[in-house]
Design a protein around this ligand. Structure first.
Ligand code: LLP
Length: 434
């Protein structure tokens, strides 16, 4: 990376060096840090909308719905951005339901996933009229039918089937293999569909699967769709009608040198298979999360101290003001995320671990990174738009970061930094005489 060059970084064309300064869309990232403070999440609306439109274009002319997986980044302005662009939502809790409604979503474009929906959540989702429940067990089917009958509604359902394919991703984020808690075993699915059809509060409308996350290969998707289509054929042979196929989310992004298929290539391959097997007339649904927001976001942090190897038992540390509570992915999955300076220096780089202030050895953002930085400089963690802010915690009584959305040279503050008072607002001291 030479000073002065225009150098795009892996992941998104909206993240690039201009004359040695990191830019997000049309905004200088170090200027954003100076204006809003750090740690700071910054997102490019342009990048989010481009990612969504890749899915929408690949499905043009087909009956389809993209349901953004809210868990990837549930900030209201992100949800609003997608709602305005015609997107639906995949939710997993009443909290996410409240969020999408607050952001302007149409309930008729919301699907409700998750293995542990409570009866209260079912009641609320029925009352607002969500499009479909993705049901993950027989016990949940019975509970949902009972809640629907009690509240005078009919619950539209699809069964989340577990196709038992290996998505070849991190074990914590693979969900479609036998032996994990998700979905209904494909060998049980026909019987469970028959049971669903017999229950009074339910209307069977579709079938659903989701095999994992950060998938960088098309093959597991094709295996899964084959299994799903086998089931559709078996279920329909027994008289039911499945109007939609929901093929879940999971498409990976580039953090370092991964080369995931584009949404267009993935969907093209799936459509070819679906058409070849005579299922092209069905409504198609997808639940992408990471691939819509991941590459659109940065976590910006300030370098607090450099702790050289002779002070720290042989390792150089770069101590920054963002920590594992802001971005859990490295600590939780040993995830590799790119870390770059917001202004390039001509000094020779030093290999160091980038760590936060939290009192855990697991509190690191990157290990063995070659960086030329000084205290007071800003660094950006790349591709942090997905599962960054949405997984943030208040560990060490650290307020969660502020967030900004940018588009061209426009900037909007979309979440204020949490203050200590925010953090203990709901707590109570014991009474004086206790
Ligand atoms: N649909 C369902 C039912 C899901 O469980 C998920 C993600 C998605 C859709 C969206 O998957 P995506 O397109 O984002 O891969 N915290 C982890 C990722 C957990 C994914 C959980 N489920 C991480 O930081 O890598």
């Amino acid at each position: 990376m030479g000073l002065g060059a225009l150098t795009p970084l892996p992941g998104s064309p909206q993240v690039a060096y201009r004359a040695g300064s990191l830019a997000l869309d049309g905004c200088d990232v170090a200027d954003l840090a100076a204006r809003f403070g750090t740690p700071l999440y910054a997102y490019s609306r342009t990048a989010m909308l481009a990612a969504l439109s890749a899915y929408q274009q690949a499905l043009e002319g087909r009956d389809h719905l993209i349901c953004y997986a809210v868990k990837a980044n549930s900030s209201l302005a992100v949800l609003q951005t997608f709602a305005r662009a015609g997107c639906g939502f995949d939710i997993v809790s009443s909290g996410e339901l409240e969020r999408v409604l607050a952001a302007g979503a149409e309930p008729s474009k919301v699907v409700f996933s998750g293995v542990g929906k409570t009866r209260a959540e079912m009641r609320q989702a029925l009352a607002v009229g969500v499009m479909c429940f993705n049901v993950e067990s027989e016990a949940e089917l019975d509970a949902l039918s009972a809640v629907a009958v009690q509240s005078g509604h009919t619950a539209r359902i699809s069964l989340r089937v577990n196709p038992d394919v290996d998505p070849k991703t991190h074990p914590y984020i693979s969900t479609g293999l036998k032996g994990n808690k998700f979905g209904i075993g494909h060998e049980r699915a026909v019987a469970v569909y028959a049971h669903a059809a017999s229950l009074p509060g339910l209307e069977v409308v579709g079938i659903d699967c989701h095999i994992g996350s950060q998938i960088t290969d098309i093959a597991p998707y094709l295996d899964a769709v084959d299994r799903v289509l086998d089931l559709v054929e078996a279920v329909e042979a027994s008289g039911a009608r499945l109007h939609h196929l929901d093929l879940g989310g999971g498409l990976g992004i580039t953090y370092t040198d991964e080369q995931p298929p584009s949404a267009a290539d993935l969907i093209g391959a799936l459509l070819q298979r679906i058409d070849a097997r005579g299922h092209g007339h069905r409504r198609l649904m997808f639940e992408p999360g990471r691939s819509l927001v991941g590459n659109a976001g940065l976590l910006v942090t300030e370098v607090l101290y450099l702790k050289p190897a002779h002070d720290a038992g042989g390792k150089n540390f770069c101590i920054v003001d963002a920590a594992m509570n802001d971005l859990m992915r490295p600590a939780m999955y040993e995830a590799w995320m790119g870390i770059v300076p917001c202004r390039l220096r001509a000094d020779p780089p030093v290999t160091c671990d980038v760590v936060g202030p939290v009192c855990e050895s697991g509190d690191w953002l990157g290990r063995d990174r070659a960086l030329a930085v000084q205290p007071g400089d800003h660094l950006a963690v790349l591709s942090a738009g997905a599962y960054g802010m949405s997984m943030a915690s208040n560990y060490n009584t650290r307020g969660r970061a502020a967030e900004v959305m940018v588009s061209g040279d426009q900037v909007w503050l979309i979440r204020e930094r949490e203050t200590p008072a925010d953090l203990f607002r709901h707590e109570h001291l014991l009474p004086a005489q206790s």
